[in-house]
Write a protein that binds this ligand. Structure first.
Ligand SMILES: [Zn+2]
Length: 396
C-alpha cells in the first residue's frame, strides 16, 4: 500500500511551492495563480479542471480525478488568496522570490498555503501515475476569498453544487501533526445608542439631553460582564465564549465638541464554542440591552447583525480523522494531536454543506508575517500523508 509513495515526486512538491510563491495573489488579484494552477492540474492529468468565478475575475480552481464508482469521495481544499507582504523593509527575503534558505521555502503565502496545495497536487499526481483508479472521486478545490471570510470561494462552490465529497482535508494548520476537528464561531453586532442632543452647558437638575455615549458605556460594562452559557468542550480546554466590546466606536460623523452626543455606535465581536447556538447568544445580548433600557429609563439601543459564522465541528469518529492520524504516524513515527481551532475558517462552508473535514497540513505561525516560510521537510511529510490518505480513503 505504501506503493503509492513510489510515485510521489517530493522534489516536485517543493519546486511547485516555490513556483506558486512567485505568483503574487493578494485578495482580489488571484486570477494569475488560479490560471497557472489550472494549467498545472491539466498537465498532471486530472480529468476535469475548471475555473469557476463567484465574483468577476476571481476564479476558483476545481479539478477531479474520477473514481470507478461506489467509493467514498475526498476533497483536498486550499485557498489561493493571500495577504500583501506589508512593509517590504521588514522582510530579509524577497516576498515573491520563493527562495530556499536553511531548508525552508521563503515568501508570502509559502506556508499559507502554497505548501499544502503543492502537497495536494503531488499526491493527486502520484495516484494518477500509479495508474489504478480508486473507487471514489478525488476532488481538488483551490479557492479565493478565504482570508477575508468572504462567500465567493468554497462558499460559492458548495452553494451552487459544484463540490460534493464525503470528507475533506483543509491543507494548513499552525503545528504539523495537529488535526483541527472543530472551529469556533463568531457573531458581529453593531449596536447604536440613541440619546437626546443639546448644547453642552453647566449642569442643572433640569434634564434636557441624554448622552448616548454614557449609555453605551453602561451597555459595554453590562455585556462584557455577561456569562454566556456554554458546555465546556474537550478540544477547547480552558477556553470560553467572550464578547469584545467596542472593536469600533463612534459618535456622529460631524459631532461637535460642545454638543451632547445623541448617537453612539459600537461594534461587538462575540466568539462562540462548538455546541453554542448563535441565535440564542444574540437573544441573550438583546435581552441584556432591553433590561438596561428599563433599568435606566433613558437608554435606548438598536441592534443590527453585521455577520455571523456559527461554530462547526466534524464528528470525532469520522473516518478521515483516523485515516490522517494513522498515516501521519506511519510517515513520521509521531502521534497526531486532535485539536480545536480558536478561529473560524472556510470549514464553516464545508461542514454546513455536509462535507465533513479537518485541517491537516504544514504548520507554523509564520503566516501573515514578514519572512513567511515553510520547512521543506514539512512539505515532504504532508505530501506523503496526503498521498497515503487519498489512497486509503478512496480505495476503501
Ligand atoms: Zn490560510
Amino acid at each position: 500500500m505504501e506503493d503509492i509513495l513510489k510515485y510521489l515526486d517530493l522534489e516536485g512538491a517543493v519546486k511547485l511551492c516555490q513556483e506558486l510563491v512567485r505568483i503574487p495573489s493578494p485578495v482580489g488579484k488571484e486570477k494569475k495563480v488560479a490560471v497557472h494552477l489550472a494549467e498545472v492540474l491539466r498537465k498532471t492529468g486530472l480529468d476535469e479542471v475548471t475555473l469557476i468565478e463567484g465574483e468577476k475575475d476571481r476564479p476558483n480552481v476545481l479539478a477531479r480525478y474520477r473514481g470507478t464508482g461506489g467509493g467514498h469521495s475526498l476533497l483536498f481544499y486550499g485557498h489561493i488568496d493571500s495577504e500583501s507582504p506589508g512593509v517590504r523593509e521588514e522582510w530579509t527575503m524577497d516576498p515573491y522570490g520563493g527562495e530556499i534558505k536553511d531548508g525552508k521555502v521563503y515568501g508570502r503565502a509559502s506556508k499559507d498555503m502554497r505548501a499544502g496545495i503543492s502537497g495536494f497536487v503531488k499526491a493527486a499526481e502520484a495516484m494518477i501515475r500509479r495508474g489504478v483508479r480508486p473507487k471514489g472521486d478525488l476532488v481538488l478545490a483551490f479557492c479565493v476569498d478565504e482570508e477575508v471570510a468572504g462567500p465567493n470561494g468554497i462558499g460559492y462552490l458548495v452553494k451552487n453544487g459544484h463540490v460534493k465529497a464525503d470528507a475533506a482535508i483543509y491543507g494548513e494548520t499552525y503545528r504539523l501533526g495537529d488535526i483541527m476537528r472543530a472551529d469556533s464561531g463568531f457573531l458581529w453586532l453593531r449596536i447604536t445608542s440613541i440619546g437626546v442632543p443639546a448644547h453642552c452647558q453647566l449642569r442643572t437638575d433640569e434634564k434636557k439631553s441624554v448622552n448616548a455615549v454614557e449609555k453605551m458605556a453602561k451597555l459595554i460594562l453590562k455585556l462584557t460582564a455577561l456569562h454566556l452559557p456554554f458546555k465546556p468542550h474537550p478540544l477547547f480546554a480552558g477556553m470560553y465564549p467572550g464578547i469584545t466590546a467596542g472593536t469600533t466606536i463612534a459618535t456622529r460623523e460631524n459631532q461637535l465638541i460642545n454638543a451632547v452626543p445623541d448617537r453612539c455606535t459600537a461594534t461587538f465581536d462575540v466568539r462562540l464554542l462548538p455546541g453554542m447556538d448563535t441565535d440564542e447568544v444574540r437573544a441573550i445580548i438583546q435581552r441584556a440591552a432591553r433590561e438596561l433600557e428599563s433599568e435606566d429609563g433613558e437608554a435606548k439601543f438598536t441592534i443590527q447583525e453585521i455577520s455571523r459564522r456559527g461554530p462547526t465541528e466534524t464528528p470525532e469518529d469520522h473516518p478521515i480523522i483516523q485515516t490522517i492520524a494513522r498515516n501521519f504516524e506511519k510517515v513520521t513515527g509521531r502521534k497526531a494531536r486532535v485539536v480545536g481551532h480558536e478561529m473560524t475558517s472556510d470549514e464553516y462552508f464545508l461542514r454546513n454543506a455536509g462535507i465533513m473535514g479537518v485541517h491537516f497540513g504544514p504548520g507554523n505561525w509564520a503566516g501573515h508575517k514578514p519572512d513567511e516560510h515553510i520547512e521543506i521537510e514539512q512539505i515532504h511529510i504532508v505530501a506523503k500523508v496526503y498521498a497515503l490518505c487519498a489512497h486509503d480513503y478512496l480505495f476503501a
